[in-house]
Structure formats: C-alpha cells, structure tokens
Design a protein around this ligand. Structure first.
Ligand code: PMP
Length: 445
C-alpha cells in the first residue's frame, strides 16, 4: 500500500523534500480524538484532519444522519431543481450567521467559496451600474493572506509560495502591506489604529477601483496563526462601508466555533456583505462549502431577462444532499452539546498548558485564539532568527511528536495545533505536552 501511495498518489506538496523521505502515514479509521493507521498505531488528531473536525471521528449521531440520507437519496442537482437538506441548511445558515446574510450559494471547497465571493463582488458593481463602476475591478487583501488554491483565490492571497510561479495567471490585488498587525510595538489599540490608517489611505486612493476587501476575520491561519489586534476587524468593516467596498469575510478556517464563537466576525460585530464557509461546516465529514450573500448583494442579480444580470457560475455537486444533511446535523449538535461554551472553557485550559512552552529556548512566540494555536520555533529567542531552512526543524518536531502518538502540522516555522473542537481536556493537554516534549527533544537534544 505504501509503495502504491508513493507511486500513484499525488499528494499536496508531494515533491517537498521531507515528504519524499517520510514514511507515509496511511490512516485506516478514526474514533473520537484518535486516528488509527494500517499498522494499528493510534494518534491523537491534533490537527482536526486539516482544521475540519468538530465532534470527533466516527460520531454516531453524525454517522446516523448521513446513513439516513444515503438511504433516501445521495445527490440530485440544484440546477433547475431543489432538495430538502439544502433548503433546510440554507435557512439554518441564514439564521445563525452574522448580519443579514440571507442567500446561500453552495460549492464544495473553501477555495471555491472564495472564488464565488470574488466573482459575485466583481459582478455586483457591473450589475448595479456598468458605467459608474467600470473600474471597480480589483480587491484588497492582507499581507500573508491565504484564501485557497484556485487561480482567483491565489490572486487575493499574499503568500509568495503560492504566487511565485503562477504570477502571469493571476489578477492584480492591492495589499494592505506595512503596517501589518504582527510583531508591532504598542498596545492592541495603537496597532489596530496604525493598521487601519494604512488601510484608509489605500481606500482613499483606490476605492473607485476596489470591488471588495477580503479578510480572514480575527486570525490569519495559514500565515502562521497571526492574531489580529482587538478592534481591527471592526475598523475594517467600518472603512468598507465608508468607501463603498464590499466586505468579504473568509471564515473557511475560523467558522464553526474555532475561535470561541460560532463565527469569528461576531466577536467584532462585523456584518459582511459576503461570507465564505467550508471546512467545519459538515463537522469534517463531507466536502461542502457555502458563500453567503446579503439581500443587498443578491438583489443586484435580479432583473429582467433582457438585462441578463445572471451569475453564470455553478458546480455539479452544488447543494449535495449528503453533505447538506451532515451540515444540518453538525449545527444541531453544536447547539445541543453547547460546544461553543465548551470551546471557550477549553481555550483557557490550552492557554494554561501553553504557558509552560514559553520557557523553551526555541519558542519565539506562542499565539492562540480559541482553539487555534501557533508555536513559533526560533533559533534565537531575542532576535527571533529562524533555524536554517535546510534543517527542516519543524518537520523534525512534527515527526518526533508523531512518534509520541500526536499528529500536528507545521506552517513554515510555526507548529500549529488545531485540536478537534469537542476533544476532551485530557487529550488537548496531552497534545500540548507532547509538542512541548518534541520541541525540547529536537532543539535541545
Ligand atoms: N480560506 C481559508 C482562510 C483557509 O484557511 C482555507 C484552507 N486552509 C481556504 C480558504 C481553502 O479551503 P479549501 O482547502 O477547502 O479549498
């Protein structure tokens, strides 16, 4: 099996050196917080299977909901027809999301949800007034932003790694470059104010060219768990309104409880015009994504047939019944099990445990928002200098943790812990403690 994997499966980032040398981990089953490989080894899933798993693996109630749906129908198209789970889910999402988001456009990956939001935002202005808004053709996004890997999503991304080679295929975006809310001096209010000043000067200059601003609310995940200062998102939302730019909140990573509220935007009372959801939407069981639009945005797409304001975009599995019924059950279970309150409590447990890591010489920074955790590995705590890239220090650490029975992943020099949201406290503590020991073993010998 492992040989077939190496020969035939093109994994994301397969050709990176450490993947070529790694013994593939072939997962066979999951149970609660644990993943089991084909050799029968068990691992705590400290990565929630790429930030998606909410209630644990093999949850009997989620399984049952999916089984019930399979025995009814698995898929029919939303093109020209509707289906029960997608209708009920759209209603539920409209009810639980912030602001007056009332229209749900389904897709199946986070990148597609973003791509759809960008296309809607672009077309919105053309539909309203193609002459007046002829120039509103670009987007603002943040430095080191990550919004997915399709061409549009990469265009608004800010991580060089994903950009470099594809540059000729991408459209221009405007980056809110320095100041950037990371490692800046000052109180959160001061940092926030400086970042917002920078954004406002960009908007003053370019608003006539900007269709929308896209942001990962509160935390930039893939950038290495960069937590924004309090008030930043609120200010961004205010500036978008002031300069007539659509606010697109990408909650693919932070949505469904990850930061300690059902949606991160809620914490700063931001009311996006467009909201992108994915990852945790089905509790991590089936692929599904959604782009939610406000009534204001949607109404720009209505009109006489002769005007043709249609949004020409659609995916084959859009509104898939199986995925929608899993999402409905996920939302019901989050409420029934009072998961959000539990995440807030668990975030404090994690914070207490993370304090212990700060004593390690190789830990340059520990960042946390809810159950999103990033531990920056540095060669020098004072200067924050990193280890030489070819040492692949983070990979040594995650492999060491894996040997100790814990799966976590690196994002550049940052070890990220994204536990399953419903994971028991003792498993969460064990994951942090194991990462602690792995960092110590690799960096201190
Ligand atoms: N947006 C954000 C903020 C993400 O973190 C991700 C995935 N890590 C995506 C979009 C893309 O989602 P997907 O991988 O499902 O395409």
């Amino acid at each position: 099996l492992k040989q077939y994997d190496k020969t035939h499966v093109w994994h994301p980032f397969t050709q990176m050196k450490h993947y070529i040398n790694e013994d593939p981990l072939v997962i066979e089953r999951g149970e609660g917080s644990y993943l089991f490989d084909i050799e029968g080894n068990k691992y705590l899933d400290g990565y929630a299977s790429l930030w998606v798993n909410v209630h644990g693996h093999n949850d009997s109630e989620l399984n049952q909901a999916i089984h019930n749906q399979i025995e009814t129908i698995s898929h029919s198209t939303l093109l020209g027809s509707a289906n029960v789970p997608s209708i009920l889910l759209a209603k539920a999402l409209a009810d639980i999301t912030p602001g007056d988001l009332s229209k749900v456009f389904y897709s199946d990956t986070g990148a597609a949800a973003v791509e759809i939001a960008l296309k809607i935002a672009y077309q919105y202005w053309k539909n309203i007034d193609p002459v007046k808004y002829a120039e509103k053709n670009t987007f603002i996004s943040l430095k080191e932003a990550y919004h997915g890997d399709t061409v549009g999503a990469v265009s608004v991304g800010g991580m060089a790694l994903y950009h470099r080679i594809f540059h000729p295929l991408l459209f221009d975006r405007i980056e809110t470059s320095a100041p950037y809310p990371y490692r800046m001096d000052g109180t959160p209010e001061e940092i926030s104010a400086r970042c917002l000043d920078n954004l406002e000067s960009l908007l003053k200059q370019h608003h006539h060219k900007v269709a929308g601003l896209i942001i990962e609310p509160l935390v930039q995940g893939a950038a290495g768990i960069i937590v924004h200062p309090e008030g930043f998102l609120k200010g961004v939302a205010r500036l978008c309104k002031k300069y007539n730019v659509l606010l697109i909140c990408d909650e693919v990573a932070v949505g469904f409880g990850r930061t300690g509220s059902l949606f991160a935007s809620e914490q700063e009372e931001a009311e996006p015009d467009l909201l992108c959801l994915g990852k945790g939407i089905t509790g991590g069981y089936l692929p599904l994504a959604a782009t939610l639009a406000s009534e204001k945005v949607y109404s720009a797409f209505l009109g006489e047939a002769s005007e043709d304001k249609t949004f020409y975009h659609g995916h084959t599995y859009t509104g898939n019944q199986l995925a929608c019924s899993a999402a409905l059950k996920n939302i019901e279970l989050i409420r029934e099990r009072q998961l959000i309150q539990d995440i807030q409590r668990k975030a404090l447990v994690a914070a207490r445990e993370l304090e212990k890591l700060k004593g390690l010489a190789a830990v340059g920074d520990v960042r946390q928002k809810g159950l999103m955790i990033g531990i920056e590995i540095v060669k020098d705590q004072k200067t924050k200098a990193l280890f030489p890239r070819d040492m692949q220090i983070e990979h040594q650490i995650i492999l060491d943790a894996r040997k100790r029975g814990v799966i976590v992943r690196p994002l550049g020099p940052v070890i990220t812990i994204m536990p399953i949201l419903a994971m028991p406290d003792e498993h969460l503590i064990e994951i942090i403690d194991t990462v602690h020991r792995a960092i110590k073993a690799v960096t201190e010998g």
